[in-house]
Design a protein around this ligand. Structure first.
Ligand SMILES: NC(=O)c1ccc[n+]([C@@H]2O[C@H](COP(=O)([O-])OP(=O)(O)OC[C@H]3O[C@@H](n4cnc5c(N)ncnc54)[C@H](OP(=O)(O)O)[C@@H]3O)[C@@H](O)[C@H]2O)c1
Length: 334
């Protein structure tokens, strides 16, 4: 397995991480047994980075990871680097109640995550969205205290903009910024990526398949449950969806010429954007995982990259990456 460092201060991890969100929430039903088998298969293949959030199914995802790790062979279990997001407030009905980045809340969230995960430390800890009511210095400062006390190893950020990344990095060492980055979500290139590179902060890229939209498997007739993220995502609606799936067909021709799949092209493109970037893939079956891992063997030549850029130029997607209300919560979009 290829490895990459999470920034200049973070851990060395597999070049592809496994994002576990879809095993508990947001993409419709997932099979528990297959989810656990997927985590085992990932560890067995050398994947070390597992990403979760305490709010993914209100603790469900952390408990799932605990079960997967406790039933994995000891050698594999010990290699896991667990990245946890916190801060999102949920109601029993699944509703969203904003963010809480106050220092006391940070420590409270961490105490519960440690219990649910059944670990004595969290490898990378980050607030899922910058809390607009709490200076980032306070939120990061509280995680730094958890690092001092041995409960957390590294501090991360999520969907933070360049100015916030600078303020956070001036407060404590920041391993990585987790942020959406894909062929059709290139917003980080203008200001955020230059800042993280200057500061030695790594990127863990999520949504590299734009939540399945550019995986080559998504079809216009797919029925989505009301609580599926994609049922409300602008990119998956009507004319936008038709346009975006047209981009996928252009990618499919390039993939076919190389004898690989569309998902592998999309993941390989993100991998090729820099050694400081670790894509998270949201596989929740062994079949999808195997396809995603195949991207590590795809070598994109200059001519391939140029063909991909012609097929999907920057800004080619129709529709924002989040619905309007969720966009307002993104510090990275300010
Ligand atoms: N920091 C943040 O704000 C944030 C936000 C979102 C996610 N994340 C993290 O990033 C991880 C990845 O995000 P994501 O799940 O949205 O990303 P993604 O990898 O772009 O999308 C996953 C979706 O792609 C589909 N897919 C099709 N082929 C696939 C393949 N070969 N490998 C993997 N997936 C394939 C899956 O399909 P099926 O329907 O077949 O399962 C799933 O619905 C999450 O699990 C989470 O840990 C972070």
């Amino acid at each position: 397995m290829l490895t990459r460092s999470l920034g200049s201060t973070g851990p060395r991890v597999s070049a592809l991480g496994l994002g576990c969100m879809g095993m508990s929430a947001l993409y419709g039903d997932a099979d528990r047994g297959e989810s656990i088998a997927t985590v085992h298969a990932a560890l067995d293949a050398g994947v070390t980075l597992l990403d979760t959030g305490d709010f993914y199914g209100m603790g469900h995802n952390e408990l799932l990871i605990r079960e997967a790790l406790s039933t994995a062979p000891a050698g594999l279990r010990d290699q896991a680097v667990i990245s946890v997001k916190f801060g999102a407030l949920r109601g029993p009905d699944g509703s969203w109640g904003g963010m809480d980045g106050r220092p006391a809340a940070v420590k409270n969230f961490a105490a519960y995550s440690l219990q649910r995960l059944g670990v004595d430390h969290i490898d990378v800890y980050r607030i899922a969205r910058v809390d607009p009511g709490v200076p980032i210095e306070e939120t990061v400062g509280a995680i730094a205290e958890l690092v001092q006390a041995g409960y957390v190893r590294h501090i991360g950020l999520s969907e933070a903009g360049a100015d916030t990344v600078r303020r956070a990095a001036a407060t404590a060492p920041i391993a990585d910024l987790q942020i959406e980055y894909s062929l059709i979500s290139r917003g980080i290139e203008e200001r955020i990526l230059p800042a993280t590179r200057e500061l030695g902060v790594g990127i863990t890229a999520y949504g590299v398949l734009s939540r399945g939209l550019i995986s080559g498997h998504f079809t216009a007739d797919r029925r989505l449950a009301a609580d599926d993220f994609r049922a409300h995502s602008p990119r998956f609606q009507g004319d936008n969806l038709r346009h975006n799936l047209g981009l996928v067909e252009a990618l499919r021709r390039i993939a076919a010429d190389k004898g690989v799949t569309v998902a592998q092209i999309a993941i390989a493109w993100v991998l090729a954007r820099g050694e400081d970037i670790v894509p998270l893939v949201g596989a929740r079956t062994r079949e999808r995982l195997s396809e995603a891992l195949g991207a590590l063997d795809v070598k994109l030549e200059e001519s391939d990259l140029a063909a991909i850029e012609r097929a999907v130029p920057p800004g080619a997607a129709a529709g924002d990456r989040y619905a309007e209300e969720q966009m307002t919560m993104l510090d990275s979009e300010r």
